[in-house]
Design a protein around this ligand. Structure first.
Ligand code: SF4
Length: 351
């Protein structure tokens, strides 16, 4: 396949400072090489406040472009090379279903605080903002879940059950106070008596990339490799996290590899594009994927689609989020920043 690098470089030159391209770490090299900034979803969202460009092209999945559109300045426009680049986990929690389930759970006056992982739609974030809840990332899930549990009679974490269960364990929540919900049938199947006994209610979603890893992958990574370290993303099953040496968000995994001693062997349970890029960037260490696992949504962004978008950028409508969704979604995101700032302040003061 011929490279579109010269064509994309020429289009980028024509657009000059009017354009910024953001890329997620899970993108293939052919796309990632065109990014001005490569990061995880939180790092890229944080970058937005510094950006002056009129057009922000987001090479990631749809919910990331939505978050960027919620957070960018009114004069900026966010574009995605393929609006069909979806996240299978975000798709497991449609906003209307969450609304129905919350209604069922709150029927007897119980106040449930929804806490959504950032890997969710703008509609879900908006609902969390309206219902007194918030959002979290894999790096701050512990702080945010502890906060959510203090706000009402219980918390509902969504959409990722693995991150919820791993975080509950890190917070030492008793297993019998945690319940994974059956959300089928618009919430009609929720076991209300069981849910009433739990402090943490868990949405039954998962990431197709991370849920794929099993304990047997960790065991075979260790076989014949004395001293190997296994690190996985907290979207992996709890038993996989338990069998590993460490668990961390995308940026924590990158730091882990950077800080490892030269000559060490690190096996990583996350998206394969990122692991292979880390391996190439750290030739003094052996970096291996726990198993091949690629994100189909991320793979929908190709160099050809990026070139096609850049050719006609001024005519692309960009990602449109109505203010009725954007405003409460922003509230949920700002609440997260406030809670994390306050928690960091308390840690600094030693309280
Ligand atoms: S890796 Fe998982 S959580 Fe991330 S975009 Fe793909 S399906 Fe969604």
């Amino acid at each position: 396949m011929t490279s579109l690098e010269p064509e994309i470089s020429r289009l980028r030159q024509d657009l000059g400072p009017r354009l910024i391209v953001l890329g997620h770490h899970y993108q293939a090299d052919a796309v990632a090489r065109h990014a001005d900034f490569l990061g995880d979803s939180l790092e890229l969202a944080r970058r937005l406040s510094e950006l002056r460009a009129e057009h922000i092209v987001f090479c990631g999945v749809w919910f990331m472009a939505e978050s960027a559109a919620v957070l960018c300045k009114p004069e900026q426009k966010v574009h995605i090379p393929d609006p069909g680049a979806n996240c299978s986990m975000a798709d497991m929690a449609p906003a209307r279903l969450l609304e129905a389930v919350l209604e069922v759970l709150s029927a007897k006056g119980r106040r449930i605080i929804p806490l959504a992982y950032v890997n969710s739609s703008a509609g879900i974030k908006a609902l969390c903002g309206r219902m007194g809840g918030s959002v979290c990332t894999s790096a701050n899930a512990r702080t945010m879940l502890a906060w959510a549990l203090e706000q009402g009679d219980g918390a509902l974490f969504l959409p990722d059950q693995n991150l919820a269960l791993n975080t509950a364990r890190a917070l030492n929540l008793a297993r019998d106070r945690v319940r994974v919900l059956d959300v089928r049938g618009s919430g009609r199947r929720v076991d209300l008596a069981g849910a009433a006994k739990a402090d943490l209610l868990v949405w039954p979603g998962c990431c197709s990339v991370h849920h794929r890893f099993k304990t047997r992958h960790v065991l075979s990574a260790r076989a014949g490799r004395p001293g190997v370290r296994v690190i996985v993303h907290p979207e992996c099953r709890p038993e996989v996290v338990e069998a590993s040496d460490a668990a961390g968000s995308t940026s924590q995994i990158i730091d882990y590899v950077k800080q490892a001693e030269p000559g060490s062997t690190i096996v990583i349970g996350t998206e394969t594009n990122m692991v292979l890029r880390l391996a190439r960037g750290h030739a003094d260490k052996t970096v291996l994927p726990l198993a091949e696992s690629r994100c189909q949504g991320m793979a929908r962004i190709t160099e050809a689609k990026l070139a096609g978008l850049l050719k006609d950028l001024d005519r692309d409508p960009g990602v449109q989020i109505p203010e009725t969704i954007a405003a409460p979604a922003r509230t949920a995101l700002e609440r997260m920043l406030d809670v994390c700032r306050a928690s960091a302040g308390q840690r600094k003061a030693g309280t």
